[in-house]
Design a protein around this ligand. Sequence first.
Ligand code: FES
Length: 182
Amino acid sequence: MLQLKEGEKEEILACVKEVLGENSKTHENLIPVLQQVQKKLGYLPVLAMEKIAEGLDVPAADVFGLATFYNQFRLNPPGKHEVKVCLGTACYMTGGDITLESFERRMEIKESETSPDRHYSLERVACVGCCSLAPVVVVDDQVEGKVTPTRVDGIMLELEADRDGPAGEESGPKEGGNSEQD
Ligand code: FES
């Protein structure tokens, strides 16, 4: 579980309070409330789900279960760089799964995860509409076609070059979390 950044706990609590204040506190509003909180925060932190459960008087396990069931909900914060690997039929048939594994190995995270320093997040997506370029990867909304493992290395080098300082510095005091998601 990723640690919260400094000040993020307060931001989450304020966001949940605001959204709950704008909705009637009924069980039926669980999905709209989750959607609104995710829209504001970019994802659904554990702390937010706990507070939503309290606010709507729903068991926390039900909130977690629902959030993990629906693909629309994101449980990890987006990384500074978002990499989406297409696993639609054309991309899968041309090695999209190998591309995904290559990114997982190099980023040291699994799909749907964000690196501890939040520099990367990795997702699998369905067809992005560029099948003639399969296998396709979308890096920060830019489509990359015919991606080979060698190209994965190139993309990783470009993403690594976009750090504020030496590798790992982003997780230092400026962005490193002091509080935990509880
Ligand atoms: S299947 Fe990947 S772009 Fe269509």
